[in-house]
Design a protein around this ligand. Sequence first.
Ligand code: CAA
Length: 385
Amino acid sequence: MQTATSTNIYQLTEEQLAVRDAAREFAQELWAGVIERDDHQKFPTEQVKKMGELGFMGMMVSPEYGGSGLDTVSYVLAMEEISKVDASCSVIMSVNNSLVCWGLEHYGTEEQKQKYLPRLCSGEIIGAFALSEPEAGSDATSQRTTAEDMGDHYLLNGTKNWITNGTTASVYLVIAQTNPELKSRGINVLIVDKDMPGFIQGPKENKLGIRGSDTCSLMFTDVKVPKENRIGADGFGFKFAMQVLAGGRIGIAAQALGIASGSLELSLKYAKERKAFGVEIAKHQAIQFKLADMATNVDAARMLCLQAAADKDNHDDYAKSGAMAKLFASKVAMDSAVEAVQIHGGYGFVKEYHVERFMRDAKITQIYEGTSEIQKIVISREILK
Ligand code: CAA
């Protein structure tokens, strides 16, 4: 299918193109009910189940653990396609893939991988990643949640905020402070099951965007977490968080890219249909200039996303390229969605035309998995090294 912008700039392989096409085909199913899910903050249960069946919930996990065994480039392509229609579905997918599955597969014990990955990949269960706190968002080393070492278990106490998949997950990777004198080197990451006594999930937040996905606070009161649920060595938790977030940012960059390219595609369609001053509005330069800017930005964002994904696949350092992709693509998402609303005029302001939802959804891509300001910190540290 012909698209408005270049999609094969990286000479994608047959397999990568097939993944993109499969995601594009699946994404068409997401249009049904997307406005209702957004209106009522309805979690896309059926859609997530189907994403599991199609292999989108554990895309980069080895088939040995039930995953699709694909590369990060394929993941970026699928994230873009799904985000073009429903960014709520894609954030659920992104957290499960990049933060939970990737973290478990790369740093978990064999037992942890066997126990959780097959069900996470199939969509039978969903995972969540719990780092942010009421007073530790960007300043992630200031963890107040404590994991006191009790010999054979940790005693977990504290509160986490803004947790994606918070009410629907069955397994949570929780970052907590064990040894405050050691600062970031005293932090651990623990696997917490939903039904552990003392663990409760707060009510769903009433959000501006990505309303189909659920976000909530988590409260831990004397939760006994067995020692075997720790991922990595004692004190590895902060590095773990930084590593998974570096990859997670590529997923969110691709989500932002999808919101931008979705905004462009709907705008192109509308501009060719809608007439004003006797001709289709696409014939007016005022609209053409907007479309040209959007298409240029979408292509540039896609190049950065694919570059970061290729860096990760080639085992090159991807902290900088991932942060650049997220910084740029999230701005392009916001700008493109605002322009899409403008191009649609009054129709852009009502739900049936979807672009107002894209505009609301775009904003979070500049906030979660590190604000745009955090991405600039990561990039500037790398280039000043
Ligand atoms: N990989 C490995 N280690 C890393 C790393 C990386 N990419 N980045 C930092 N580290 C290590 C450092 O080397 C350092 O280790 P040593 O102590 O051994 O030297 C340690 O981590 C601490 O690093 P810094 O001193 O650089 O830490 P800092 O306090 O200056 O903070 C920061 C750095 C980049 C600002 C970081 O705090 C950060 O990324 N903050 C944003 C957090 C974030 O993205 N939150 C989003 C929440 S998750 C989410 O949104 C998910 C969702 O629901 C969708």
